[in-house]
Ligand binder design. Structure first.
Ligand SMILES: [Zn+2]
Ligand SMILES: [Zn+2]
Length: 487
């Protein structure tokens, strides 16, 4: 790890297990651990489900939605509310079944391009899901296109009949423009799924246009939510009023709860359900779905989404790997991969590292935070060198080679200025990610310790310890064991 890029401490969403949401629960701000929040949403939103797989699918949708919406109410001092504005959540509804649905999918999110997907859901899409762009133009996504849904197609259609006077009053209550008397209602335009988009109201005093969703919310608020249940309807004049014949319930975007329950009852897994309603997303605990381009270099495979922008890092990596081979005699391990993330969020989501960590190496895979940030701070080359040294060292390391020694030697071989005190830091201080200052001291001490060993024993001897192990006289103070493939 190369650390202390930024002083800010931002927990990545990939640390699902540790995430706590500030939820406004019936008006009071409450800290709710993510998995408890998920169980509370499953209970409130889909308590009637019989299928365990359907509950798990809902748990993943609810978790992803909650994480994606985190901070939505930031200006008011909390993350999400417990109403349909965000998603309904009721801690008192949690039963062992709902807790189990959350636990069975713990930390799992749907990802798209390295970030949590936008995962809306509705009660019943009436046989065809809606395109997100038709409902929230700024949230259109390739995995939220309208598609047929045979699982919910056979549901009986609903009918609502309202008098012209009722409808007029409801529209006025909602502050919507309307003619003085409504004599006609017709659908002016439709969405890609065939739902009403814009209505035109005609009558005495002219005509006015109203969006179908505003019309539906006005009727719902004034006359009850069982009146116009969705925008998938036909409307016709009917004995002095209007009859709406429709299908489904809710906006219809994303997961359809009715179809989900039926898929689960029919034996489909929660993965199949999620793939059906959010096609093209990836189910995982950490960031996935980045549209990587693979470029084979000399000895290193680069993963980038913008090779023009990242070329400087790729060139540096090839140059540094040759220089380090000369210096240490360690060849590049077979299959070494350098992933250059397009933005800090994608880096943090994929690695689980906080924002102040600049890079991370897992065995033969180096994860590098975005090039711009590293360049701006003047640490691009030193970060790449440090991580390359980890990868090179890993191919040579004796079992149990301590973390402090790996970290310190990487900095010393990269000729970083020595700022710490020559002592062996606690491994816990090197590994923790909650206190950047403590980590910075521990890394600096490790580097100073290795620098003092180099002065005493010579660089060749100290480099040789990578293969043979650090002599006992040096490691007496280090009681901890390193975890392989992670530093
Ligand atoms: Zn390191
Ligand atoms: Zn809200």
């Amino acid at each position: 790890v190369k650390a202390w890029l930024l002083s800010m401490l931002v927990l990545p969403v990939a640390l699902g297990g540790q995430l706590v949401l500030k939820v406004q629960v019936s008006g009071r701000i409450t800290a709710v651990p993510l998995e408890r929040y998920v169980a509370g949403v499953v209970g409130a939103e889909s308590g009637v489900f019989r299928s365990g797989e359907a509950l798990k699918a809902m748990a993943v949708a609810a978790r992803t939605y909650g994480v994606r919406m985190r901070g939505r109410h930031g200006a008011e001092g909390f993350d999400v509310c417990d109403t349909t504005h965000c998603q309904r959540m009721d801690l008192s509804s949690i039963t062992p079944r709902f807790g189990a649905a959350a636990a069975a999918t713990e930390g799992e999110l749907l990802w798209f391009h390295g970030k949590p997907a936008f995962t809306p859901y509705s009660r019943d899409c009436g046989g065809k899901t809606e395109d997100a762009g038709a409902v929230w133009p700024e949230l259109a996504a390739p995995y939220l296109k309208s598609h047929a849904d045979a699982w919910s197609a056979d549901e009986p259609r609903w009918r609502w009949r309202g008098s012209a006077e009722q409808i007029l009053q409801a529209l006025r209550q909602a502050g919507l423009q309307t003619p003085a008397r409504i004599e006609g209602i017709s659908i002016l335009s439709s969405t890609p799924s065939g739902r009403a988009a814009t209505l035109v109201l005609t009558g005495r005093g002219g005509a006015s246009r109203v969006s179908a969703s505003a019309f539906r919310f006005a009727m719902g608020r004034e006359l009850g939510w069982n009146t116009i249940r969705s925008d998938a309807y036909a409307v016709r004049p009917d004995k002095g009023g209007f009859a709406f014949d429709g299908a489904g319930s809710g906006h219809g975007v994303g997961l359809c709860q009715l179809g989900t329950e039926r898929m689960g009852v029919a034996g489909k897994s929660y993965r199949e359900i999620l793939e059906f309603y959010y096609p093209g997303t990836t189910l995982a605990q950490s960031g996935e779905g980045i549209p990587w381009q693979r470029l084979r270099g000399r000895g290193i495979t680069f993963l980038t989404v913008n090779h023009g922008n990242d070329r400087v890092a790729m060139e540096a990596a090839e140059r540094l790997s040759r220089a380090l081979l000369t210096r240490t005699g360690w060849p590049l391990p077979e299959g070494l991969e350098l992933r250059i993330y397009p933005d800090l969020d994608a880096f943090r989501n994929a690695t689980g590292e906080p924002g102040w960590v600049a890079a991370r190496t897992d065995g033969r895979r180096i994860h590098l935070s975005p090039v711009e940030g590293l360049r701006k701070r003047g640490v691009l080359e030193s970060t790449i060198a440090h991580e390359l040294l980890h990868a090179l060292m890993d191919g040579q390391a004796a079992p149990g080679l301590p973390v402090w020694f790996r970290e310190g030697l990487s900095d010393v071989l990269d000729k970083q200025p020595v700022t710490g005190v020559a002592r062996i830091p606690l491994e816990a201080d090197l590994r923790q990610r909650t206190d950047p200052a403590r980590a910075r001291r521990a890394y600096a001490d490790a580097a100073a310790m290795v620098a003092s060993l180099v002065r005493r024993y010579g660089e060749t001897a100290v480099v040789g310890w990578v293969r043979r192990g650090v002599p006992a006289e040096v490691t007496y103070a280090s009681a901890s064991q390193p975890k392989p493939n992670s530093k």
